[in-house]
Write a protein that binds this ligand. Structure first.
Ligand code: FAD
Ligand code: FES
Ligand code: MG
Length: 308
């Protein structure tokens, strides 16, 4: 795709054009990106690593869906720091310097029987392609999607379409059942005769709480881990996690692992390692924004308005 052209033209041609960009919740945006080779190869559970420009850092993002015919992939991005804020300030028509993938092992898709999928916050977008694949494989799929409040419950309709039953929880009770996704999971573990698999994707404390609950009941549980990743090829060691007492590289051995074997404490500690530098980078980026050199992220009102 990028051969036989001058360097400048090659740079332009090799960039990954954003075909669609839409806020789906405050601080959470869905992008449709032209990436035909990745779209053709993508399987549920895989991710990309992207770099916005030549000075940018590399960040991993799960492929939410792909369209081989259109040659596009979609990603759902939550603004948490410098790079995700910068990405979420981009619009359709702009282009991303590098998108590498699909990376990671695809989710294991089999006919297990009854499967419960637990998605917390943006984790719902990460869980969505695997949920759809589990449903296509003939499983009975019970999904629990949650967020701190109504605005942060995402992809409810998409998840409903690939689930036999869908439960919504919010921490503040502004929508669905008041409580945590783990409260609902506890109820299902008690009321459902047999659950063969639980898949949990979301913040680390949520995944740890799910693992603790299902361990008691002996229900096989899979989590998708989110350690810091750099190269995505098993070479840099950045994404090392401890699973079953052994070091594993989440980018090549995962990102999905048996939840009952994951050392969540080590994962949390390693993810905090660069906190000071990350906060500085975000502060510098926001100072530059105030100087008017980058387009500003819409306010929460604009974001919510865009949802319709
Ligand atoms: P920073 O301020 O730099 O960091 C904020 C926090 O994000 C850090 O404390 C750390 O916990 C984490 N983080 C920072 N840099 C990285 C990095 N290079 N790799 C991984 N984590 C990092 N987020 C989404 O919004 N949508 C997704 O679909 C999604 N999928 C992911 C899939 C995988 C396999 C992994 C490992 C992470 C995924 N994430 C996803 C998390 C996303 O990569 C981080 O939020 C992002 O890298 C933060 O970068 P930042 O510069 O904006 O924030
Ligand atoms: Fe470098 Fe996994 S990201 S080894
Ligand atoms: Mg960063």
């Amino acid at each position: 795709m990028c051969g036989n052209v001058s360097t400048m033209a090659r740079e332009r041609e090799c960039m990954f054009k954003i075909r669609g960009a839409k806020w789906i919740a405050p601080g959470i945006k869905r992008f449709v990106i032209e990436a035909p080779r990745i779209a053709r190869k993508h399987q549920a559970g895989q991710f990309v690593i992207l770099r916005l420009d030549e000075h940018g850092e590399r960040i991993p993002l799960t492929i939410e869906s792909s369209d081989g015919k259109e040659g596009t992939i979609s990603i759902v991005v939550q603004s948490v720091g410098k790079t995700t804020y910068q990405l979420n300030a981009m619009e359709a028509g702009e282009a991303i310097q590098d998108v590498v993938g699909p990376l990671g092992k695809p989710s294991v898709i089999e006919k297990f029987g009854t499967v419960v999928v637990v998605g917390g916050g943006v984790g719902t977008a990460l869980a969505y392609p695997t949920t759809a694949a589990l449903k296509r494989a003939g499983n009975r799929v019970l999904s629990i999607v949650g967020g701190r409040n109504r605005d942060l419950v995402i992809l409810e309709e998409e998840m409903r379409a690939v689930s036999d039953e869908l439960y919504v929880t919010t921490d503040d009770g502004s929508y669905g059942e008041k409580g945590l996704v783990t409260d609902k999971l506890r109820q299902l573990l008690e009321s459902e005769a047999e659950i063969q698999l639980v898949l949990a994707v979301g913040p680390i404390p949520m995944m740890k709480a799910v693992a603790d609950l299902t361990r008691e009941k002996g229900v096989h549980t899979v989590v998708s881990l989110n350690p810091i990743m750099i190269d995505g090829t098993g070479m840099c060691g950045g994404c090392r996690v401890l699973v079953g007492g052994k070091s594993q590289f989440a980018c090549v051995h995962g990102p999905e692992f048996n939840a009952h074997e994951v050392d969540f404490e080590v994962l949390m500690q390693r993810n905090r390692m660069y906190r000071d530098a990350e906060e500085r980078a975000l502060e510098e980026y926001q100072n530059r924004l105030r100087g008017g050199r980058e387009s500003e992220e819409p306010s929460e009102c604009l974001v919510a308005g865009d949802k319709q």
